[in-house]
Design a protein. Structure first.
Length: 292
């Protein structure tokens, strides 16, 4: 295992800091604390731009390869994550509205609110190699109320996969499309189950990782090597594990504890991006190939 220190690549410019009063989401999650942003859900598009969601103020940002920030959307909502679908649409999971499509600078269409089981409050999302959309529905679940959910949206069909997770949060699919990893934040665990779901009922689920410290795992990301990166919330660090669950790297941030999101650069699978929501910083670190 290698211990590394990430370096600051870019941060939310001062002119994009929210100056007004806190949103309802900010009041709920950080009562009495100022919050100029809360960045989540980093991912790269085909043009090497990095996208980030600002949950409490309904914003989605695009960061160019040279670190310039552009606000692309601001909606009356709480988008925890956004991804570009295989057909080019901008799909987001919104804590208040559900599964939505961003259709303009300020507009969106609701795709699903969880009609048979209303969503608790959506948290994160990822597309698998086969185009299936996997997303989490955490609400305010925890060990005392372990009813967080995982859904799959494929070919217009919404399937409830799990409904017993203590705060289902980050989610990632292995590059061979064999496994789904889910951050069970309030249990300080990462769960794992097969993408080959049974015809009915829940899949068999196991604990892939059991972590300690901080609040628990938040954002997850896989690279083409099958490595899994884990952002450890309230700990100012990220971990990288191999496909067997062995620790490759322990990456520390030089400042900030709210490690919310991680992603690998598609152009360089050894380059890890780590997002800190405390200060609005985006950090980078090169993860070396582990010695055998």
């Amino acid at each position: 295992m290698t211990r590394l220190t990430a370096t600051l690549w870019t941060e939310l410019p001062d002119q994009l800091h929210h100056r007004g009063g806190p949103s309802d989401w900010a009041k709920m999650t950080r009562p009495g604390q100022p919050m100029h942003s809360f960045l989540e859900a980093a991912f790269f598009d085909a043009d090497a731009n990095l996208w980030l969601s600002d949950v409490p103020y309904g914003r989605v940002f695009r960061v160019s390869p040279n670190g310039n920030w552009t606000q692309m959307h601001q909606i009356d909502g709480e988008p925890h994550a956004m991804r570009i679908a295989p057909d080019g649409r901008r799909i987001a999971v919104d804590y208040r509205h559900g599964l939505i499509e961003l259709t303009g600078d300020t507009t969106f269409d609701v795709l699903s609110t969880g009609d048979t089981a209303p969503f608790l409050g959506l948290s994160d999302m990822t597309y698998g190699p086969d185009g299936a959309l996997w997303f989490t529905d955490s609400g305010r679940s925890s060990l005392s109320d372990p009813r967080g959910r995982v859904y799959r949206w494929q070919n217009g069909d919404l399937r409830l996969v799990l409904d017993s997770v203590p705060y289902s949060n980050g989610i990632a699919v292995s590059p061979d499309n064999a496994w789904v990893y889910v951050a069970a934040t309030r249990a300080n665990q990462v769960w794992k189950f097969s993408t080959r779901l049974p015809a009915d009922g829940a899949p068999m689920v196991g604990t892939y990782l059991h972590l300690s410290g901080g609040l628990g795992p938040d954002g997850l990301a896989c690279n083409p090597h099958g490595w899994l990166a884990v952002g450890q919330a309230q700990a100012g660090r990220a971990y990288v594990f191999d496909a067997l669950g062995d620790l490759i790297a322990d990456v520390r941030l030089p400042r900030g504890l709210w490690t919310t999101s991680v992603t690998f650069d598609p152009a360089d699978p050894h380059r890890l991006i780590i997002v800190d929501a405390q200060y609005g910083g985006v950090f980078t670190c090169h993860i070396p190939t582990p010695r055998t």
